[in-house]
Design a protein around this ligand. Structure first.
Ligand code: ATP
Ligand code: MN
Length: 478
């Protein structure tokens, strides 16, 4: 009963006169005759023509926007414009009705904000079906890239017993009764009574575990969900997001930058090849959206031109120190236009500074390296100057930071000194330090925020619109 041809396959490969069975959801039904049918396999709707004079009026009434139907009929050349073929139905069956009086999705433009509230139904719109198909292709491209290079895909744990990296911004995992927490003699919560016999959290990053694997398998990557309870209500932050974290033994910062730039370009290339129709649609959507904005806030390049531009130009590489000089002497800094003026070396870069460098000064993706150690994590390799670390951030137009990475500190004594300086409890991290005790070697890695990549590629402007069910402060719907 359910053997059918997908609309994508049919449009790509048909013979006039062949009989087909198609199934999907009605987008519109015009003149009691023309069904625009979509099954999600492709953006384009298939036109199914109903012989309304010989069809039961009761059945016709049930063919409404949102209804699921099956149609069997002959493939014919289309009379109308806009499509090469249509299906002349000899049989239409309604698999699931959809009452138009209460169905929230009408065949008209809905705002992205409204659609976010009905995220369970937004897959059925052109915009979101395109976004999620592109998201899929990006995920596949990432696995393909690493697989072709011989990396091992490593599943890092979601529940973690280590809180070295995320102190303060982690979600606790517990089965202890919240209304009567067991206490120790000194009055603290007794985590020995908890499910794992200790305090546990959701992971903020798979990096430390990936390092353990890299120091044996030499090239690994993780691709999984990560969780941060940071209270950032921005269009670039989620509380639950997916991260890609490669970790490579026998590699330095230059290798790391080359790997990250290679990965990003591979992904852009992949979607340009496999998501043509969806990207074209998303490009038009973005143009329409930007018409509402003042001229100076519009992108100066169409979506696909922007992707092509990033693909064909080497990313600009410079040090944090060089970037600070540029920012200090920049017009917005001198005119007091930055919300956080750049005064001295050591300042953490805000999104406004990152975007100035990328969008105004260089006009292309930028890789910043060698940040002050004070503003970076303990595991980054200390430079000879004792002041900066071998960190790198990749900054993208419209996005800001998309990748954060570093060469890792492989020297046991230097690492321990840094951890002490930063009050990281050494006792709890012995398993991590063992990598430096037993056959340590230079290694490097980075984290790529998957949703930030999807955001960039699709031209969507809010990160909540590129993950099916976004989690952010005050919201965990569905
Ligand atoms: P930001 O400064 O933008 O908050 P970060 O420095 O905290 O990011 P890292 O810890 O370096 O980020 O994480 C690596 C990558 O993960 C970032 O480059 C970014 O692409 C992504 N990322 C980080 N936090 C989030 C978040 N809350 N939501 C979505 N993606 C994120
Ligand atoms: Mn970072």
């Amino acid at each position: 009963m359910f053997s059918r041809v997908k609309i994508k396959e049919l449009l790509a490969n048909y013979t006039i006169g062949q009989e087909v069975t198609v199934m999907g959801w009605v987008r519109t039904f015009r003149n009691n005759q023309f069904i625009a049918l979509n099954d999600g396999s492709v953006l384009t709707n298939l036109q199914v023509v109903v012989d309304f004079e010989n069809t039961d009026p009761e059945l016709l009434k049930k063919i409404t926007t949102g209804a699921a139907i099956k149609a069997v009929g002959e493939v014919i050349a289309s009379q109308g414009k806009g499509q090469a073929i249509e299906v002349k139905a000899r049989l239409v069956e309604v698999l699931g009705v959809c009452d138009p009086e209460v169905y929230p999705l009408q065949p008209k433009k809905h705002s992205l904000e409204f659609l976010r509230e009905i995220a369970h139904l937004r897959f059925r719109t052109n915009t979101f079906s395109a976004v999620f198909r592109v998201r899929h292709h990006l995920a596949m491209a990432i696995h393909q890239f690493f697989h072709e290079k011989g990396f091992v895909y490593m599943h890092s744990p979601i529940v973690t017993g280590s809180d070295a990296e995320g102190a303060g911004e982690m979600f606790r995992v517990t089965t202890l009764p919240l209304d009567k927490l067991p206490k120790t003699e000194s009055g603290d919560i007794d985590f020995k009574k908890d499910f794992f016999g200790k305090s546990t959290n959701l992971t903020v990053s798979g990096q430390l575990e990936a390092e353990l694997a890299a120091l044996a398998l030499s090239e690994v990557y993780t691709f999984g969900p990560t969780f941060r309870a940071e209270n950032s209500n921005t269009s670039r932050h989620l509380a639950e997001f997916w991260m890609i974290e490669p970790e490579v033994a026998f590699a330095d910062l230059k290798d790391n930058m080359d790997l990250a730039e290679g990965l990003l370009k591979y992904c852009l290339n992949h979607v340009m090849e496999f998501c043509k129709e969806d990207l074209e649609f998303l490009e038009t959507r973005l143009l329409e959206e930007e018409k509402q904005k003042p001229q100076n806030e519009r992108s100066d390049m169409a979506l696909r031109d922007k992707l092509r531009f990033c693909l064909s130009n080497p990313f600009q590489r410079l040090t944090y120190t060089e970037a600070i000089d540029i920012l200090k002497n920049s017009t917005p800094n001198k005119k007091g236009k930055f919300q956080y003026p750049i005064e001295a070396w050591g300042a953490d870069l805000q999104s406004e500074h990152e975007r100035y460098l990328v969008e105004k000064h260089f006009g292309k993706p930028v890789i910043l390296t060698d940040y002050p150690k004070q503003i970076k994590a303990f595991y980054m390799r200390l430079n000879e100057d004792n002041n900066t670390v071998r960190a790198m951030d990749i900054l993208f137009p419209g996005i800001g930071e998309i990748v954060g990475g570093s060469q890792r500190e492989e020297r046991l004594d230097v690492l321990m000194a840094r951890m002490e300086e930063m009050h990281i409890p050494l006792e709890e991290m012995q398993w991590f330090l063992d990598t430096r005790r037993f056959g340590t070697c230079p290694h490097a890695g980075f984290g790529l925020g998957f949703e930030r990549l999807v955001l960039f590629v699709t031209g969507m402007t809010n990160i909540r619109d590129v993950i099916p069910f976004p989690r952010f402060p005050g919201s965990a719907e569905f």
